[in-house]
Design a protein around this ligand. Sequence first.
Ligand code: UD1
Length: 416
Amino acid sequence: MGKYIIEGGRGLYGSLTIKGAKNSVLTLLAASILTPEKVVLHGCPDIGDVAVMLRILRKLGCKVERTDDIVEIDSSGLHSYKIACDPAKELRSSVFMLGSLLSRLKRAKAVYPGGCDIGLRPIDIHLAGLRELGVTVGERHGHIDCDGTNAEPADIMLDLPSVGATENLMMACVFLNGVSILRNCAKEPEIVDLQNFLNAMGAKVRGAGGSVITVEGVKRLHGVEYTPIPDRIVAGTWAIGAVMCGGKLTLENVIPEHLSSLLAKLPKSSCKIYPRDGKITIESKGRPRAVPKTETMYYPGFPTDLQAQMTALQSVSDGTAVIVENIFETRFRSAVELCKMGANITVSGNTAVVRGVPELYGSRVVATDLRGGASLVLAAAAASGRSEIDEIHHIDRGYEDLAAILPQVGVDIKRE
Ligand code: UD1
């Protein structure tokens, strides 16, 4: 389990280098089984969700080796189409393996997926898309059993621009004999990364980043060595932290364009932002001003994965802020924990009203989910006094050991 102990009240000074995006790495790992040849991914973060995904791959018969940030996958020995129950329950991305397993083996079986408890996370759009491709999908006793023997290309309209469904269907279509068209696709940078990765393996995928993606089937894919995009959510978390705590923080290895919705908002808090050549520097002094309204939206809108961190920033800003969560319904659970630190937040349905207080005080709080947990780390770093954050396995799912990383920029944090 473990906890973080943070002595707050110091600024963030120095630089942090951002590693590969969790949400890209997980998808690319799922896609790595599309070829029996070796796939090498660089810049992979050492985080819980990646470890679970590697366990899933091993249980399917893949050889997986990790050396520092480099992960090598050899799926020539892939012998099973059943995604192992235990790891899959922990990780929502395991459902993305349905598409790649169907492409490789024509069969796939999974349990209903896990992941953060941040509201209802259905997979109906994934399954409807697979059915439109002619895949037989059986749902029984909490299992999803797919048979893709008769799969063929189709023209599919997604009900919502779901990130996972878009990725799953891209992978399900790569070997179908003809052109598949996916409409109303998610436009997140991770989808573009998947397209680039698949095309680097020899696939013919076009249109990612826009709402229509076409996949022209090919006979086979080959091995590849690839570096996933940097994690825009981790970068955004520390950018928000620099505004909350004050200081001068440079984030290396970022693509500022991927953070444009956040970078458009932060200067309203009175910080200065200098984006240049794959890095950004955030300089902030004094108490931040409230950003009146933040509403989460599909990309390029404000990411739901930065909503909790933005709520934490508003809790110490001067003025009142309204935060509207449009993607996942119960994503304000960490607000209750922030209130234990002195924040003044009222939640009603999908809207939080945050009345900024001059200062938070150190407290004992509990991480309830990944991004909510990160918001508590920021709050504790900005607060006066000592905080203890319990249940940090949630934070470990998406952030490398913060007790090793954050002291580099002046945060007094220990892991127990
Ligand atoms: C991905 C990200 C997650 C991020 C989310 C939204 C990964 C591993 N995770 O999750 O960090 O918070 O995108 O940017 O990449 N929906 C349905 N039916 C479905 C699928 C989704 O109704 O079959 C709904 C969801 O309930 C949600 C919305 O669509 O309201 C968006 O979800 P989706 O984009 O699918 O999120 P994930 O792919 O699970």
